[in-house]
Ligand binder design. Structure first.
Ligand code: ADP
Ligand code: MG
Length: 232
């Protein structure tokens, strides 16, 4: 049974923009699926539909086999990291990581995640005292502390400069062995998608062009759009 399944999902915004067209997409439990495509192709919309922040105009969203299309976001067992890290400015890193959690396990978990994300020495600082890269790590940490079975990352390196991006995308897979969540990671950078994804889904103008392993995409691109996009 797939952890996430989109069944013929389409999304037209009230202004008439058709952001998603008949998307058929599955992610297996524990899989890292990279969702890639040019700006405006519907990546963020896809994540928002999975998390429940948007409802599809048609089609079904399933999580662990269950139809959640009408279910409120907070009941979906999904956490999401937004394109721009949104931290509480008046709360410390520790308080940001633990916000809304009251289980006795959360604190220990937060410290462990902070260590993995290399922000353990920043727990008592405030967001304004962090670099952009550190803020991104805290935002990611907050999503992981929640321990949802699905974690959606919307261009988590988007605001970072090239060396920081490389460092972060190298660290991210280290989390895998410890946190078996199903991950969908959005990026507009093909190299990042091919590095991080078990499979890569290529979106173009709201249409899913190809979903395959990095190997298959490199050797059997479905069309010239895929070839040219991956070569960027
Ligand atoms: P991406 O994340 O790949 O850059 P988005 O999913 O944000 O793309 O957007 C897909 C398309 O939908 C774009 O044409 C964008 O302008 C449009 N769009 C996104 N959000 C809204 C919205 N809330 N209302 C109207 N149009 C939107
Ligand atoms: Mg986006």
């Amino acid at each position: 049974m797939a952890a996430i399944r989109l069944d013929k999902v389409s999304k037209t915004y009230p202004n008439g923009v058709q952001a998603l067209k008949d998307i058929e997409l599955e992610a297996a439990a524990g899989e890292w699926l990279a969702l890639v495509g040019p700006s405006g192709c519907g990546k963020t919309t896809t994540l928002r539909v999975i998390s429940g922040l948007e409802s599809p105009s048609s089609g079904l969203v399933r999580i662990a086999g269950k139809d959640v299309t009408q279910l409120e976001p907070w009941k979906r067992d999904v956490s999401m990291v937004f394109q721009r890290p949104a931290l509480f400015p008046t709360k410390s890193v520790r308080q940001n990581l633990l916000f809304g959690l009251s289980t006795p396990f959360a604190e220990g978990r937060a410290v462990e995640i902070a260590r993995l994300l290399k922000i353990a020495d920043l727990l008592d600082r405030y967001p304004a005292e962090l670099s952009g890269g550190q803020q991104q790590r805290v935002a990611l940490g907050r999503a992981l502390v929640r321990n949802a079975s699905i974690c959606l990352l919307d261009e988590p390196f988007g605001q970072l400069d090239a060396p920081l991006r490389r460092e972060f995308s190298k660290d991210l897979p280290l989390l895998r062995s410890r946190f078996p969540a199903t991950i969908i990671i959005v990026t507009h950078d093909p190299a990042e998608a091919l590095t991080l994804g078990d499979r890569v889904a290529v979106l173009r103008d709201g249409v899913l062009v190809q979903v395959d392993t990095p190997e298959q995409l490199r050797h059997q691109p479905r069309d010239t759009f895929v070839t040219e996009f991956l070569a960027r």
